[in-house]
Design a protein around this ligand. Sequence first.
Ligand SMILES: [Zn+2]
Length: 151
Amino acid sequence: MGKLAKWLRMMGYDTLFFNGSNDAHMIAIARDEDRVILTKDTQIMRRRVVTNGQIKATLIQSDEPELQVHQVIDILKLDSQFKPFTICLECNQPLLERSRHQVKDLVPPYVFQTQQQYMECPNCHRIYWRGTHWRAMTEKLKRFISSSARE
Ligand SMILES: [Zn+2]
């Protein structure tokens, strides 16, 4: 589920990740912040706040992160709001735009040579750019979304 959380952040969705040790805390946050719970835990699906519709929850079926992403895209109909490159994959903070010269000493020289657009996380100060790994992930996401639309 940690990988699923990263994929959703990659798409630009504000996504919190809970390791399962404190369900009550997670449910309280879902209620207070109007979040949808994505879980593999059938116990959570049986809770009254979920069965009576007070909190929206989805049971994730697969153990495979890519199939999980596919399921979530389908169920939550995520396609139209797909905004990649806007949220830190590690800390779920909105990224801030940085100019090339601001990141000059923070990124590898070959990156500086080839990339024009940069984003920084205000929390962990990671710098993001649209490198090959990023492009591979967004291509994969686009394929998920177009295959969902066809079904
Ligand atoms: Zn961060």
